[in-house]
Design a protein around this ligand. Structure first.
Ligand SMILES: [Cu+2]
Length: 138
């Protein structure tokens, strides 16, 4: 019993001190990575997929499974300040301001359904910067 309590406390300490970005395949979870780059065309903003099934697609649908580890990297490709947010999962990335800079968010979708991701800086969402995240059952 005492050993179990010590184990539990160390487990809690481990998780409370570990940032989300440190989640690795050692947890037994699948890591799914996406890369998006920002684009501005005629005053409209968008995310464009880079690599994999979303390559070249504008505001691509990101399809994942519940409880997977999802990594989304955002690359600034237009020199305008952007971020990417997944509000249903309480995730907002750092902002990328200069062309060529990038940032990555990591999260675990804990519910299934259709959700959105967007950039709300300077009303970019209203100007087209929004896509869909689809989370299906494991
Ligand atoms: Cu933006």
């Amino acid at each position: 019993m005492r050993a179990q309590i010590v184990w539990l406390i160390s487990l809690i300490a481990m998780f409370s001190s570990t940032p989300v970005e440190a989640v690795t395949p050692s947890t037994g979870r699948t890591v799914v990575s996406f890369t998006l780059k920002t684009e501005m065309t005629d005053g409209h903003f968008s995310f464009r997929g880079v690599g994999g099934e979303i390559d070249g697609k504008v505001n691509p649908v990101l399809s994942v499974k519940e409880w997977d580890v999802v990594e989304v990297t955002l690359i600034n490709n237009d020199g305008v300040n952007h971020h990417v947010a997944f509000p249903d999962f309480f995730i907002t990335s750092h902002e990328v301001m200069e062309k060529g800079t990038k940032t990555t968010v990591t999260f675990v979708p804990f519910k299934t359904g259709g959700f959105i991701y967007y950039c709300v800086l300077n009303k970019h969402r209203d100007r087209g910067m929004e896509g869909k995240l689809v989370v299906s059952t494991k």
